[in-house]
Design a protein around this ligand. Sequence first.
Ligand SMILES: NC(=O)c1ccc[n+]([C@@H]2O[C@H](COP(=O)([O-])OP(=O)(O)OC[C@H]3O[C@@H](n4cnc5c(N)ncnc54)[C@H](O)[C@@H]3O)[C@@H](O)[C@H]2O)c1
Length: 257
Amino acid sequence: MIKVGVLGAKGRMGSLVCQTVQAAEDLELVAEVDVGDSRDPLANCDVVVDFTSPAAVMDNLRWCLRQGRNVVIGTSGFDAARLAQVAGLIADAPVDGGPSAEMLPKVLVVPNFSVGAVLMMKFAEQAARFFDSAEIIELHHAAKVDAPSGTAARTAAMIKAARAEAGLGASPDATTAEAPGARGAMIEEVRVHSVRLAGLVAHQEVLLGGHGETLTIRHDSLDRASFMPGVLRAVRGVASLPAGLTVGLDSLLGLPS
Ligand SMILES: NC(=O)c1ccc[n+]([C@@H]2O[C@H](COP(=O)([O-])OP(=O)(O)OC[C@H]3O[C@@H](n4cnc5c(N)ncnc54)[C@H](O)[C@@H]3O)[C@@H](O)[C@H]2O)c1
């Protein structure tokens, strides 16, 4: 049995993760922690899953690393600077038996647990080098506190890398007069537009254009249940990952990184 603890256990995602872990025969839910609860029960877990908030997650991660726990992070807000900070924290983590790399805890940061969304990002990365222009529209429920989404930021980074490798410059844009925000946020050299609308769950379109054609790659998470197969895969697979930091579900899904 894999012992699992959940941080953010009373939240929308965390509560569903708790139910999903409880329903899995090979997993045991041993800690449900939310604001005001002691984190001590997490020290007995094989893996801790964090679905809290960008403001809370780093303190939780530091605590888990001090306990030598493997961690799966679903919370958003992990840009390049924060990922570098995570890598530094893991390298400094105290380990039993000395500072051997294999003994370091494993931290898996997953910007999106939905398999469809992972594929959408992969397809966008593959297509990016063929088009002059790339922009992202991400659409989420109105209770989401951060913008843009972690998925959009990650997609933008993947598109940026693919465009750079193909020798593409900036997307063409003749805008000289702009109401603040009208052209979205520039994330990793890609325009990202964030929609917050009651009734939505989590959706993203990647728009690619050039040479008299456009390609739109769209993914819709219609229910938070869409994230659970990926969460289970992460919880079961995190121990098999190389020590240190892994970003994304790709390797656990058998996709090339
Ligand atoms: N990676 C993904 O696939 C994915 C999918 C959906 C949401 N998310 C992200 O997951 C996070 C949580 O989303 P949500 O919709 O469940 O939010 P939510 O606000 O419903 O839940 C967050 C929970 O965390 C708790 N919390 C806050 N600080 C805490 C702390 N220090 N310790 C313990 N608990 C704490 C809150 O009380 C709340 O219960 C957000 O960052 C969201 O963007 C990621």
